[in-house]
Design a protein around this ligand. Structure first.
Ligand code: PHE
Ligand code: FE
Length: 295
């Protein structure tokens, strides 16, 4: 990336001017330390060994297609050649979490923001904000999948709309992201598999989400997910399971405006609730669950 990204042109009083994507920086690849590259290699190797048989095939294929494991932190420019040709998505380097509307605008334009910095060696298992390993390894492989790629863009557009509607709509939509993009499971003919980025980038949760008797695993329902609170400080108490990316994409196709209005009428469900009408794959035994409030 040699120049700031030109995003689009916009009509102003003084004419038609280029507008630059907010929050975008240039990946300072040359300034990564040897330790930074080793952190990437260690995390990558660990997850690559763990995830076959756990992550869905679309994700595993994506990792291989990018050749993400060639040693050291990948260059966004190299990844963008593969990604652009496959689905027209583009990675942009950012400092960290962006304001909601800026994040949505990126997604709506098929740009995925990736934190350029990587965690320290003493943070391999947990850190409280997304770093390059989470964003890149967790999110980017599935952007090679055409249906998932379209879902992410639709989510960005939906986000702009929810942002305009206000905080309640935004909360409902954020829960959808949380329980799909970050912590989603998918029921395949080979068995239950992971597709959520928050899971595949975490060794502990990659094991827990499939093997532990503690959490619920419940069939995905749009309103069910949008009305369920979640944990940000512990592994999830409930995972929602889709049958396919097509099912997810189709379920999110309707206009959410009336759904947001309806959800406003009833209180949200706790993260660990199992409801009448749920399609229960497994009911958690609740062992080890935090009892304080969910987000
Ligand atoms: N259909 C949603 C709306 O009208 C937009 C959306 C699509 C949201 C896909 C999330 C995922 O707001
Ligand atoms: Fe994420």
């Amino acid at each position: 990336m040699d120049t700031p990204r030109k995003v689009e042109h916009q009509q102003t009083d003084r004419g038609y001017v280029p507008v630059y994507a907010t929050g975008v920086v240039e990946q300072p690849w040359a300034s990564y330390s040897q330790t930074d590259h080793e952190v990437w290699d260690t995390l990558f190797k660990r997850q690559r060994e763990l995830l076959p048989g756990r992550a869905c095939q679309e994700f595993l294929d994506g990792v291989e297609r990018f050749g993400l494991g060639d040693g050291g932190i990948p260059k966004f420019a190299d990844m963008n050649k593969v990604l652009g040709a496959a689905t027209g998505w583009e990675l942009v380097a950012v400092e960290g979490l962006l304001p909601d509307e800026v994040f949505f605008d990126h997604l709506a334009h098929r740009r995925f923001p990736v934190s350029w910095w990587i965690r320290k060696p003493d943070q391999l298992d947990y850190l409280s904000e997304p770093d390059l390993f989470h964003d890149m390894f967790g999110h980017v492989p599935l952007l090679l999948n055409p249906v998932f790629a379209d879902y992410m863009q639709a989510y960005g557009r939906g986000g702009m709309k929810a942002f305009a509607l206000g905080p309640d709509a935004l909360m409902n939509l954020t829960r959808l992201y949380w329980y799909t993009v970050e912590f989603g499971l998918i029921n395949t003919s080979e068995g239950m598999r992971i597709y959520g980025a928050g899971i595949v980038s975490s060794k502990g949760e990659s094991i827990y989400c499939l093997d532990s008797p503690s959490p619920n695993r419940i069939g995905f329902g749009l309103e069910r997910v949008m009305s369920t609170r979640y944990r940000i400080d512990t592994y999830q108490q409930t995972y929602f399971v889709i049958d396919s990316f097509e099912q997810l994409f189709e379920a999110t196709h309707p206009d959410f405006t009336p759904i947001y209005a309806k959800l406003k009428q009833a209180p949200a469900h706790a993260a660990g609730d199992v409801l009448d009408g749920d399609r229960v794959f497994t009911r958690g035994d609740r062992v080890g669950w935090a009892t304080n409030a969910d987000t």
